[in-house]
Design a binder for this molecule. Structure first.
Ligand SMILES: [Zn+2]
Length: 470
């Protein structure tokens, strides 16, 4: 994208006013988005965006400038703008840029151009037909396709040069069913850091038919009872609870600010000893997976909690420098070249436990089983959360019985982690649609086995829910 010689020149310009580290992040993004609403293709957008961000470090003061022009003159201007905060002077350095390769591979079996736009659009039309054919109660159907390629290059004045070419494919479908004035909306999707092989590994028509089936089935569900009860949460998407109510608090920026419940707690018990939790940016095909993070640090697997003991936080370069820590955990991520990286999760999950999921359900006399999570909110500092379930069932005498609508679970993340008393042996990650918003959007995965919370506050609500995570 830019040559070593150009990179070296820009970095020297950025260092001129006395910075101790300078960095160029270059990004080239292309995308195609198709959206079908009311049986019509309402959206077909090809996107292209490229640019570069120059980041300059004066100790803990970090400045940033970006440009959407990659010509040398524009990059030099951006470097001067980012360096303007400095007052010192320095001599031109020889920057020995050496490309670092990653052992991680995320091969694309079927590139995006191996299927025409017409065929992609017609798949959406078939999803629409299948959902409508499922039942006359289906009154609204939406379907979407996204392909995205984010290619990044990073150079810094310490001599680092890395590259990560990230391909993503996503399919989503939503159904609204109506009966006697009752509306039920269910949305699902699947995706990953993969090419079009996503479509042969997943059955889009089968999936939307299941979504329609769930929406119609939930029309007859009764309102969820409210109160304090035992909650069993499904594997996969259920991991959104850990992500929101605990994971964010283990991100180093909240730790160094001291605003997290986990600050200063390394080595202490923060969860039931049956819980181990991991952030792993190296899982093949997952949407939070990276070769290098957006600081240029290799992606890695980080054990956050091991058998209930807090082991590690998620670090980026800025927070490491702030506390004089040598190595980042590879969690520096940015939404685009317009943004500075910050500590973010990648693929974050509660690890495999010992219980058969059936045994967990059978252990509950009276409670609720949450089969599908729609989304929720959490106060990062306090860890208080509210989560909405799209599909839930009552558990009575160890059996799943009546489906219930509008179930909402309230609690506090750090407290819930101490309470969880059964962890299943059915670890799964979500289907690959997780989007985390922390000022900037980042693709993430969440996951967990089936878990049991012996006592949690459950509320009933018919509020519409969204599949977007916070
Ligand atoms: Zn999040």
């Amino acid at each position: 994208m830019i040559s070593k010689e150009t990179a070296s020149k820009i970095l020297n310009e950025a260092l001129k006013t006395g910075a101790d580290l300078a960095e160029i992040y270059v990004e080239d993004v292309v995308s195609l988005q198709l959206g079908l609403e009311d049986s019509k293709l309402e959206r077909a957008v090809r996107g292209a965006d490229r640019g570069a961000g120059i980041r300059v470090f004066f100790g803990n003061l970090v400045t940033y400038a970006y440009t959407d022009e990659l010509e040398e003159a524009s990059l030099l201007n951006a470097a001067r703008a980012a360096a303007a905060a400095g007052t010192g002077g320095s001599k031109t350095q020889i920057i020995d840029l050496t490309e670092r390769k990653s052992p991680l591979q995320y091969p694309i079996e079927k590139p995006h151009d191996q299927m025409s736009i017409e065929d992609k659009a017609s798949l959406l039309a078939h999803m629409d037909e299948a959902a409508r054919a499922y039942s006359p109660y289906v009154v609204q159907v939406s379907a979407g396709y996204l392909e995205l390629r984010r290619h990044m290059w990073l150079f810094n004045s310490a001599g680092l040069q890395v590259e990560d070419d990230r391909f993503f494919t996503e399919m989503r479908g939503g159904v609204v069913a109506r009966k006697n004035g009752t509306l039920q909306s269910v949305r699902e999707g699947f995706g990953g850091r993969v090419g079009l092989e996503l479509l042969s590994r997943n059955d889009a028509i089968g999936k939307i038919t299941e979504v329609a089936e769930t929406a119609v089935q939930m029309l007859d569900a009764r309102p969820c009872p409210a109160g304090d009860m035992t909650v069993v949460m499904c594997n996969g998407w259920g991991g959104v609870l850990f992500h929101e109510a605990c994971g964010h608090q283990m991100e180093a920026d909240f730790i160094t600010k001291g605003s997290s419940a986990y600050a200063g707690k390394i080595g202490q018990q923060v969860a039931n000893p049956i819980i181990t939790a991991v952030d792993d940016g190296t899982i093949p095909g997952r949407r939070g997976s990276l070769k290098f993070d957006d600081d240029g640090t290799p992606a890695q697997r980080t054990v956050l909690i091991e058998k209930g003991i807090l082991k590690e936080y998620m670090w980026d370069l800025v927070e490491c420098r702030r506390v004089g820590r040598e190595a980042s955990t590879g969690n520096g991520r940015r939404e685009s070249y317009r943004h500075m990286p910050m500590p973010r999760m990648t693929n974050t999950f509660i690890d495999q436990g010992e219980h058969d999921p059936q045994e967990i359900i059978e252990s509950v006399k009276k409670g609720i089983y949450i089969k599908s999570m729609a989304g929720g909110q959490a106060d990062i500092a306090a860890g208080d959360y509210v989560f909405n379930a799209t599909v839930a069932y009552l558990i009575e005498d160890g059996k799943l019985t009546t489906p219930v609508r509008g179930a909402t679970v309230f609690g506090n993340g750090p407290k819930t982690l101490m309470q969880i008393d059964m962890v299943g042996n059915d670890l799964a990650l979500d289907p690959g649609m997780g989007m985390c918003g922390k000022g900037q959007n980042a693709r993430v995965s969440v996951g967990q086995p089936t878990i049991r919370i012996p006592s949690a506050m459950v509320g009933g609500t018919d509020e519409p829910v969204s599949g977007v995570m916070g």
